[in-house]
Design a protein around this ligand. Sequence first.
Ligand SMILES: [Zn+2]
Length: 127
Amino acid sequence: MNKQPRMIDADKLLVWIELTHESKLPAGSHGLGIKEALRAVKRHIGNGTFDPDPIPLPTIKPYKCSNCKETSPRDEWNKKTIEYYGGYDQIDDIILLGEDEEEGDTFICPVCGEEQPRHMVEVIPNE
Ligand SMILES: [Zn+2]
């Protein structure tokens, strides 16, 4: 079972109530009957009037090691790479994945620990 709950955007509902309330109320009347109002809300929920706007998914592009074939996020590759090269004086010069890396740069796989040249680390695109 992978049934997602249906969400509504509370702000859209409140705006709709406000607009409906103001526009549908003739002076001196008590407005829509409760049953009529609930039917209208139900109809608009069915129409998607209050559906939330889609939330953009974060961009997570895992990098695949050509040695062990495992994929890991960029941060894990960079953490391992810094640990590996960190003994050098040039710690600030360590090139990180996803920055200004070039073909000749090498990175350390966080899974198998193998040193991988950039062209051997495959970026797996998001679906
Ligand atoms: Zn690996």
